[in-house]
Design a protein around this ligand. Structure first.
Ligand code: DQA
Length: 145
């Protein structure tokens, strides 16, 4: 199984930005969690972070023929990006949306997720452990197909 994990804008600032919302773990701790989970599950993983919407669209398009599944935290683009939604639909890979915080309990503008409309599952409010849960879910999901 080949997996792409995508993180959107400002997630490279984890541990520094609003730790009361996103926790104290930094981005490299998130990468370590993803890599260790994938190693234990025998999953080949690429991890990609960008602050640019078009770069995220490009990464999703490239994954279409190279990957079996996507974990994506589109960060602020969650609430605005029809381009990321359309890219996920075009790639047509099983995708899980992760949010470190519980966006359903935050400002009203965070309640809508466009990319989530193309995802098989959303995990929110679990901190960075949500990524581990998303990876395990996708492995099971692909086994069921
Ligand atoms: C986030 C939630 C978004 O609303 C926010 O813009 C982020 C991070 C999360 O992981 O909780 O940057 O996606």
């Amino acid at each position: 199984m080949k997996l792409l994990v995508i993180n959107g804008p400002n997630l490279n600032m984890l541990g520094i930005r609003e730790p009361e919302l996103y926790g104290k773990a930094d981005y490299s701790a998130l990468e370590t969690l993803v890599r260790e989970t994938c190693r234990a599950e025998n999953i080949d993983v690429d991890i990609f972070q960008s602050n640019h919407e078009g770069a995220i669209v490009d990464a999703i398009q490239a994954a279409r023929t190279r990957c079996d599944a996507i974990v994506i935290n589109p960060a602020a683009y969650t609430h605005t990006s029809i381009a990321i939604l359309d890219a996920l639909k075009a790639a047509a890979l099983p995708a899980v949306e992760v949010h470190i915080s519980d966006i359903s309990q935050r400002e009203a503008f965070r309640h809508i997720s466009y990319p989530g409309l193309a995802c098989v599952k959303t995990i929110m409010g679990q901190g960075i452990d949500g990524y581990r849960q998303a990876i395990l879910f996708l492995k099971e999901h692909l086994n069921r197909l």
